[in-house]
Design a protein around this ligand. Structure first.
Ligand SMILES: NC(=O)c1ccc[n+]([C@@H]2O[C@H](COP(=O)([O-])OP(=O)(O)OC[C@H]3O[C@@H](n4cnc5c(N)ncnc54)[C@H](O)[C@@H]3O)[C@@H](O)[C@H]2O)c1
Length: 328
């Protein structure tokens, strides 16, 4: 039985990942400080006696040393997440995203130096591409960040530092590391509280309130179901050829945010209207957005094959069903 550690495991993606690893038969330890996650996300998983839940921080040296000591695999997802949170608290973003990753990787490198076996998955983000103007982004493309006077880029830049540290740990110390750049992951348990667009739209539609679209709504994004993303992560970690590499993970089917708002209204049968809001009103005057964000999934497909079972309509149905269940 594998011993696996999931950091950020009471968060949206982490809780689905913990469930998938339990279903695989692993002994799963989750550590989470519940800063943006919620222990209730693991309510079902906690009935399984192969799950151990630690409420604590991956910025805590003692906790990280203890929890990484016996793990066969570490999935490091704990981070400051969400455009609204990042715009509001760039210092916290930088601290939460860099130091804990450095700590986790240093403990794992020590184990490799002692001749032990351990493998690590690092959760990165499409935000590392910044505002690269290409139509689709592939893993070897340049990272094109905006000015440091725009706090938004601190998220992508801090995750890029994590990637550099992960790749250096592999090159210099032989630590088996797999890096996944997630592109707009959505599904049940995601909260809209930190700026995530789909849960925000669904919540407004179900309450009959206006759906707030930022700017002109022509920005495009690709939305992937969390189950597809989790399956890709688990399969990559089971694939030797993935070690030491970076992978885009997500959907490559773009939709504009305005079209998404219309689709949510249609699928939910809501009478809500759509209202537009400037970035300055939504965040602040320094906010800068990305117009188009579409991954090139060639590397992912050639490494693990099939990547998606969900289309956007079925994803929206599942998010609606989840929010209705929570509200009742
Ligand atoms: N959801 C997406 O679309 C998306 C896109 C790109 C990248 N990601 C990455 O995926 C990972 C998971 O994101 P998510 O969407 O599930 O967000 P989330 O906020 O639900 O999950 C992050 C979890 O980490 C926990 N956490 C934060 N700092 C911590 C610390 N110091 N110690 C312990 N726990 C801590 C939070 O409480 C939360 O449960 C993150 O690394 C994020 O950067 C997500």
């Amino acid at each position: 039985m594998k011993q696996v550690l999931v950091t950020g495991g009471s968060g949206f993606i982490g809780s689905h990942l913990a469930e998938a690893l339990l279903a695989r038969g692993d002994q799963v330890t989750v550590v989470d400080d519940e800063s943006t996650g919620n222990a209730s996300n693991l309510a079902a998983a906690r009935e399984n006696d192969r799950l151990t839940y630690i409420q604590g921080s991956v910025g805590d040296e003692t906790i990280v040393s203890q929890l990484t000591e016996n793990a066969d695999e570490v999935y490091h997802l704990a981070a400051a997440v969400g455009v609204a949170l990042i715009a509001r608290a760039p210092m916290e973003t930088i601290e939460r995203n860099i130091y804990p990753t450095e700590l986790v990787l240093s403990r794992l490198r020590e184990r490799i130096q002692r001749g032990e076996n351990v493998k690590c998955f690092l959760a990165s983000t499409s935000e590392v591409y910044g505002k690269n103007p290409k139509d689709t982004w592939s893993e070897e493309d340049d990272l094109v960040f905006g000015s440091t006077t725009r706090p938004r880029w601190s998220y992508g830049a801090s995750k890029a530092i994590d990637e550099f540290m992960g790749l250096a740990s592999h090159r210099e110390y032989g630590l088996p590391v797999v890096i996944g750049r997630f592109f707009n992951v959505v599904g049940p348990r995601q909260t809209g509280a930190y700026g995530m667009v789909l849960p925000r739209f669904v919540e407004a539609a179900l309450k009959g309130k206006p759906l707030i679209v930022h700017d002109d709504g022509a920005q495009t994004r690709c939305f992937a179901h969390v189950d597809d993303v989790v399956r890709a992560v688990v399969t990559l970690m089971e694939t030797d050829a993935a070690v030491g590499k970076v992978f885009n993970i997500g959907s490559d089917q773009p939709i504009s945010i305005l079209e998404l708002a219309k689709k949510v209204i249609e699928v939910s049968g809501s009478s809500s209207t759509i209202e537009f809001q400037t970035y300055a009103d939504a965040y602040d005057k320094d906010f800068e957005d990305i117009r188009r964000r579409v991954p090139d999934l060639t590397r992912l497909r050639s490494t693990i094959g099939h990547v998606s079972d969900h289309n956007l309509d079925s994803i929206i149905h599942k998010v609606i069903e989840f929010q209705r269940t929570c509200a009742s």
